[in-house]
Design a protein around this ligand. Structure first.
Ligand code: GLA
Length: 354
């Protein structure tokens, strides 16, 4: 229990504790900073946090993943240290008036890092929600998600969209969050009960702040400048054709945003109508678009996706920011066990996540 761990480390019971899930995105990738739809769901895995306010300006952080206790301060900047996300969230929580001073924090996570399943959003949303609740503040979960995105954009310097924070702040397992990232309007849609959305790590770990995510964001900014507005996802076919004088690479980036947004709308309809075969097809098409147009997949992930489908999944695709991490596959419950064994044994570096 995280509360007991906290007490053993800080010699007093925590003031508050809670659990925030990770997320897996079913479809709609890199659409969330381009005005489009996304369709993530919460995982049963996540991060447990326990915390208590301090009377000085220090932030002491214990995590089950690291040996030392990080001692940071409210005046710190990001320093490429594992504790940065917590520090950024604590600083913002204080700016919001949820905290007067620093914080003691204990964290235990079941989310693998660098997997594309939002361990960073889970920790920032988790800290901000608990600090809000401690202060008995009425900020909504949606506004907490918006604050958590600021931690990534402003403190960490990672120009991510809003999907992960909204997913972990609002979704729960068994339901997908059909989110319009332009308006932040959303709907919760039931996931099938006779199919499993399997999450498998490719064994290829990656870090998004290492630059390639930023590169895609900059390419999309160049498309936005050419369009004269910020919504690449919702352009018409005619507007897409008007981009023909742009370099081929930018046209392909735009095509991915436009088509993955459209596929996401279709996928939401499939979930509602129980059209799971079509849902699988959309997932496969999304992977191809990420591979060929957005160029964010790697060969190891491509092979895993290909075999996931060959071995019986209705559809499979890389999930999250890209360049490694996890795939998500839609597989019927009755085939799940054999499929899982065959897939994992033919990809020895891959491992089961959820
Ligand atoms: C990362 C980012 C999200 C989103 C995805 C790609 O997870 O944090 O905002 O852009 O990549 O869909």
């Amino acid at each position: 229990m995280i509360e007991e761990r906290f007490e053993a480390i800080f010699s007093a019971a925590p003031a508050i504790s809670g659990f925030t899930p990770g997320r897996v995105n079913l479809i709609g990738e890199h659409t969330d900073y381009n005005g489009g739809m996304v369709l993530p769901t919460a995982l049963p895995l996540g991060i447990s946090l326990a915390l208590s306010p301090r009377t000085d300006g220090e932030i002491h952080i214990w995590s089950d993943k690291f040996d030392d206790i990080a001692i940071r301060s409210l005046s710190d900047k990001a320093s490429d240290h594992w504790s940065d996300y917590i520090v950024g969230a604590v600083i913002l929580a204080r700016e919001q008036g949820y905290l007067q001073n620093g914080l003691n924090v204990a964290a235990r996570t079941t989310l693998p890092f660098g997997a594309g399943i939002s361990s960073s959003a889970a920790v920032t949303v988790g800290i901000l929600k608990l600090a809000r609740d401690l202060a008995k503040d009425k900020t909504s979960d949606k506004d907490i998600a918006v604050l958590a995105r600021r931690v990534e954009n402003e403190f960490i310097g990672m120009p991510c969209g809003i999907m992960d924070q909204m997913a972990v702040a609002i979704a729960s397992p068994g339901q997908a969050l059909a989110l319009n990232t332009e308006t932040l309007g959303y709907e919760l849609v039931d996931l099938p009960t006779d199919y499993h959305m399997a999450v498998i790590h490719s064994g290829q770990f990656r870090q998004l702040n290492e630059g390639r995510y930023k590169e895609r964001k900059e390419e999309c900014d160049a498309v936005k400048a050419a369009l004269g507005h910020d919504n690449i996802c919702q352009i018409s076919d005619a507007e897409f054709a008007s981009l023909s004088s742009l370099p081929d690479v930018l046209q392909r980036r735009a095509r991915h945003c436009m088509t993955d947004h459209r596929r996401t709308i279709d996928a939401i309809a499939c979930l509602k109508d129980k059209g799971f075969t079509k849902l699988g097809k959309l997932m496969n098409e999304s992977h191809i678009s990420m591979r060929d147009d957005f160029e964010i997949t790697v060969p190891k992930v491509d092979r895993l996706v290909e075999d996931a489908v060959k071995l019986g999944a209705l559809g499979a695709r890389q999930t999250g920011g890209g360049f490694g991490g996890c795939i998500v596959a839609c597989i019927s419950n009755d085939k799940l066990k054999t499929w899982k064994n065959e897939l994992l044994s033919s990809h020895p570096e891959s491992f089961w996540v959820s």
